[in-house]
Each structure stands twice: as structure tokens, then as C-alpha cells.
Design a protein around this ligand. Structure first.
Ligand SMILES: *Cc1c(COP(=O)(O)O)cnc(C)c1O
Length: 424
């Protein structure tokens, strides 16, 4: 009996197969070779037939050189932190690609001299929030708060309501972040109620600023009161407002969600926000404020450690100047159109279309329910869909796996159709 292991194709032969050779060109030869060797080993121990080595290698090749896998977000959570928050717009993607090589991010092509870094993105931000005398961009909103504490309250007190001591996620807490700079947190009021007198009593020569944090991932209801920015601004110390979600102007569907323009008009000295929540752009921390205050932030030594790269600047500018990004489309799409898409998919799949409730997500508007529509499948589909390419992530509810269409872009419906069929 001949040893079947001798039929296992040699590494060189497998790597020479045209489709595998092409993959080695984009993924790197080492990565592809490691997959080939693993598959040969599987054949040696009899897990697969020698004749299946090439097909198995092809099936195991990743779609790209990064191990990050593309996901269709069918969870119904618009800003899903674990799925990378905002998906970028086509305009932002194009801008990223164009900026990826050498680019004039800090160079004036007319004079041939150094220029203000990221001036295009800063100009777009300033144009979007004309009430801001100055704007600045850092790595994320946490970095924006860090910079405020370092530059505006070094070794001094930051006055904040006990109702606004927020844990952002993954165990990170805004009060700890601020205290890590050496500033001291001066907590005022109670969890449910804080009055202007509480703030006033805490102010003194040690005060750096009053911090107003939007409770973006929880709600305190019942016997509550909080002090609006407008009243805090009357206290005579700078107010830093962390609005969280990155709305630049009010959104009609989210009346309780703060926005940068309104916060500045109410008298905030600085407004901080994320770029990758409701703004729909890349991860970034946005700072808006009076020109002199923003200049202090920009010139602080730590600003250099918190600065963003050219890719972020490119994507941010394109998000601001380009067409409506996917996050905004997901908020604004009428439920009837979602229902029609769910029915069409359900009919093609022999499944049910059901009413669903989507959410904005950890990025803002806690408690807001967005009417939606979903394709309902047995729960066992959830794991199989996650394992697909692209992975489809739905929401398991009881014994059902719901694919909520509010967070699915219309051009992704066909991917859902194919993915579910492959699981069938
Ligand atoms: C999300 C959020 C943050 C953290 O923002 P990152 O951009 O993730 O650093 C801080 N404050 C509030 C109110 C938030 O909602």
C-alpha cells in the first residue's frame, strides 16, 4: 500500500498555484507559506485528503493582510464601539487612500514651505461650527479632555457634578483620566441632583474649570436636576463641555443630545467631542472654543503626543465636506424603507420580516428608540453568520437571530442574502 502522505503536494508546488501565488503578492509570502504548511500538516495527520490541499489553502486565505475582518453591522446599534463605531463614508475612504502616500499635510505646494498641519480639516471644522473662534483635533475625545486638564487646570481643581462621573467603557473613567494629569476633581452635588449653588460653593482660587459631561451612555430619571451650560457660564470660570457624540448642530430626532454649536452659544469656553460617533467620521477628539483658549491647548507640550495622523485628517475633512456619512443615513432613513428591504430579504430567504427597535448606541442618545425592521432567523444562524466572509453580526433575542436593517447599508443587503444562503 503506497503511503498516502507522499501524495501531499510540496510547498513550492502549492505556492506556485496561480491563485495562491497572487495571494502571496498581496498578503506576503510568509503568511501564505504558514497557511500552506498548516494545511500540509492537516493532510499528514489525515484531517483532509491530499487532493484537497490547494482548495483548503484557498479557503483559509484571509481577505487582506490585516487580521481585522470586515463586518456587516446588523445589530441595530448605530454607533457600535466593538464594531469600530462609525463606518466611513465613500468620500472619507477615497480621501484616506489619496492621503496614504506622501501628501501636503504640513507643506505649502505654492511656496514650497512648511504649512499649518491639517489646515484643510481644521478649516472644514471651523466652517461647520462658525461659533467656534478656534478648533483643534486630537486622537480621541479622551485625549481632548486630557489636554484640557493639562493646559487649563494644571495642579488645580476641576469642578464636576457627581451625576456626571462617567465610565466610558472597558473600565476607563473620565474622573480617573482627569486625575491622572495631577488635576484634582472637586465633586459637587449628588448623583441625581446638582444645583448652581453646589457649583458656586466649590469655586475658589484653586478652580481650573467647571466640567460639564454629557451622560452619553446612561440616564438618571425620576427626582433629578442638573445645571445647564448657560447657567454655569455665568459663574465666571471657564466651562469645559464634553458633549460626547459629536453633533455639531442640533439633530431633530435627538432633541436631548447636546451639540457643539448650542454649547458654545450657551457660553462654554471649550467643547470636546468624538469624531467617530454621531459625526460619522474617523476616531478623533474635536475641540472647539474661544481662539485664545484653543491656542493654549494647541501649544501645550502634550498636544504633540496627542496629535492625529494624516489619515485621520484626510478622513475627517472628507466626512465634513462630503455627502452624508453612513451613521447619519442610519439615523435618518425612514422605517418604511427598512420594512420594504426586510420583507424583500425575508421573502428571498423564506424567513420572516419583523418590527424591531434600533438604538444609537454607546455613542449617545441613551434611551432613544429608533423604529426599525429586521429579518428574523433561528438563533443558531448567529454563530454561522459571524464566521462568514464578510462576517454578519446580528442581535440574538430569545431563540431568534435578528438582522436589523437600520444599521445595514442598502448595498449590503445582497451580502446578507448571500451570507444567510451560505449558512442554509
Ligand atoms: C464616548 C465619550 C467619551 C470618550 O470618547 P472617545 O472618543 O472614545 O475617547 C468621553 N465622553 C463622553 C461623554 C463620551 O460619550
Amino acid at each position: 500500500m503506497p503511503d498516502p502522505r507522499r501524495a501531499i503536494p510540496r510547498t513550492d508546488a502549492v505556492l506556485a498555484e496561480p491563485r495562491i501565488a497572487k495571494a502571496a503578492g498581496t498578503l506576503g509570502r510568509d503568511l501564505v507559506k504558514a497557511i500552506v504548511n498548516a494545511v500540509q500538516q492537516a493532510a499528514r495527520v489525515g484531517e483532509i485528503a491530499p487532493a484537497d490541499v490547494v482548495d483548503t489553502v484557498l479557503a483559509r486565505l484571509p481577505a487582506g493582510a490585516s487580521s481585522l475582518r470586515p463586518v456587516v453591522n446588523a445589530t441595530g446599534v448605530v454607533v457600535h464601539t466593538n464594531l469600530g463605531r462609525a463606518p466611513l463614508s465613500g468620500a472619507a475612504l477615497d480621501a484616506l487612500t489619496a492621503a496614504a502616500g506622501a501628501t501636503d499635510v504640513e507643506f505649502d505646494l505654492t511656496t514650497g514651505e512648511r504649512a499649518r498641519r491639517g489646515r484643510g480639516a481644521l478649516a472644514a471644522l471651523a466652517a461647520a461650527v462658525p461659533d467656534a473662534g478656534g478648533v483643534h483635533v486630537v486622537n480621541n475625545n479622551a485625549a481632548a479632555l486630557l489636554l484640557c486638564a493639562l493646559a487649563l487646570a494644571p495642579g488645580r481643581e476641576i469642578v464636576v457634578s457627581r451625576g456626571e462621573l462617567v465610565e466610558i467603557g472597558d473600565g476607563f473613567r473620565i474622573p480617573d483620566l482627569l486625575a491622572s494629569t495631577g488635576a484634582r476633581l472637586r465633586e459637587v452635588g449628588t448623583t441625581n441632583r446638582t444645583s448652581i449653588r453646589d457649583y458656586a460653593a466649590a469655586l475658589g482660587p484653586e478652580t481650573g474649570f467647571v466640567l460639564k459631561v454629557h451622560p452619553s451612555n446612561y440616564q438618571v430619571t425620576g427626582f433629578t436636576s442638573a445645571v445647564p451650560i448657560g447657567e454655569l457660564a455665568g459663574l465666571g470660570v471657564p466651562v469645559v463641555a464634553d458633549i460626547g457624540s459629536g453633533l455639531l448642530t442640533p439633530h431633530p430626532l435627538l432633541p436631548d443630545e447636546p451639540d457643539a454649536t448650542s454649547a458654545l452659544r450657551a457660553g462654554a469656553a471649550v467643547v470636546t467631542a468624538s469624531g467617530d460617533k454621531l459625526l460619522g467620521g474617523p476616531q478623533a477628539g474635536l475641540l472647539f472654543g474661544a481662539a485664545d483658549v484653543v491656542e493654549r491647548l494647541r501649544r501645550h507640550p502634550a498636544a504633540r503626543a496627542l496629535r492625529v495622523d494624516k489619515l485621520t485628517l484626510a478622513a475627517l475633512e472628507a466626512t465634513l465636506r462630503g455627502p452624508e456619512p453612513p451613521v447619519r443615513a442610519a439615523l435618518d432613513v425612514p422605517v418604511e424603507s427598512l420594512r420594504r428591504r426586510a420583507e424583500a430579504l425575508a421573502e428571498a430567504l423564506g424567513a420572516d420580516a419583523v418590527a424591531s427597535v434600533a438604538a444609537v448606541g454607546g455613542g449617545g442618545a441613551p434611551g432613544v428608540e429608533l423604529p426599525s425592521a429586521a429579518v428574523s432567523l433561528p438563533a443558531r444562524y448567529a454563530a454561522a453568520l459571524r464566521a462568514g466572509e464578510p462576517a454578519v453580526v446580528g442581535r440574538v433575542s430569545g431563540d431568534r437571530c435578528l438582522l436589523d436593517l437600520r444599521t445595514v447599508r442598502p448595498q449590503e443587503d445582497v451580502k446578507i442574502l448571500e451570507a444567510v444562503r451560505r449558512c442554509g
